[in-house]
Design a protein around this ligand. Sequence first.
Ligand code: GLV
Length: 358
Amino acid sequence: MTVRFQQSAPATFKLAQEKDWSSTRIAIRGFQLRPKVYVTRLLPEVAMERINSFCDADVWRGELPPSREVILRKARDVEGLVCLLTDKIDAELMSEAPNLRVISNCAAGFDNIDIAEATKRRIVVGNTPDVLTETTADFTFALMMAAARRVVEGDRSVRGGGWKTWGPMILLGQDVHGATLGIVGLGRIGAAVARRAKGFGMRVLYYSRTRRTEVETELGVRYAEFDRLLGESDFITLHVNLSRETFHLIGKKQFEKMKKTCVLVNTSRGQVVDNMALYEALRVGSIAFAALDVTEPEPIPADHPLLTLQNLIITPHIASASMKTRTEMALIAAENLIAGLKGELPLHAVNPEVLGHC
Ligand code: GLV
């Protein structure tokens, strides 16, 4: 393991001596062996404390992400990087960061990172899956329910003075119970959504690259070919990773196969849906409604045509945003970072082969 020697001010040294000696931080005659890391956004306090207990951390404190120039400059002399899905960590950045050994993404997805390049350079990449599964599934359901029962329109109507009386035809929506749900991608989050759907008495179809027979048996969900799922589902929810295969997986042709009453929910990645095809499908009524937590690009520009539609809900990529889950994600990101810096296998490593694990 390469270690960076940093001369610290006497006051800092004192602090290091007084503080927890059981930590892996080592202070010898005013020199500290503390890996330098850059953290691209302030994380919950417990995670920052954990990072600071082991590393010499430089933290971007802005509410908006650091610019590309800043990340490139900061990455130049660090051994570890804690980043978010808003930070593009590509070959250019890695080539400018000769000491970089660990990239710890505070997210389950890692499409913002060039994994092949990291692996080539023997940089271990960590992520934070599992811990957000149930929270993201909750939110997927929240979007589906809100879309089906027109919750956002109802709120808008009340605030706009539109609630004049109880009316038999006002804001009629669709039933979720008893409807058919099509889940595209039956990974951890897809399966957690399926579990909820069963509780609502839904018929659940799924499409996945690989068939999940054990989940089919456990949850009573049925595999369907993609086109069949598109044609039979009242609600379609997307839970695939973003890859070359899933880029614009849902476009014009797919919308044409859906029911006119179909509600599309996306809490995966914005690029899985062709936005302009979605706009057209919603505008002409080839599907009824969409609820998106992710868009292409993010944030979606205020003048984007999608925002002119009433049959659409958009939230700002908050599916995993419960206090508990975001804190746990940050803690895992901190632990992944520290493990990687110690040359150990992080709890969640995307490319464990870098450390000799498969
Ligand atoms: C959120 O989208 C994540 O990947 O964690």
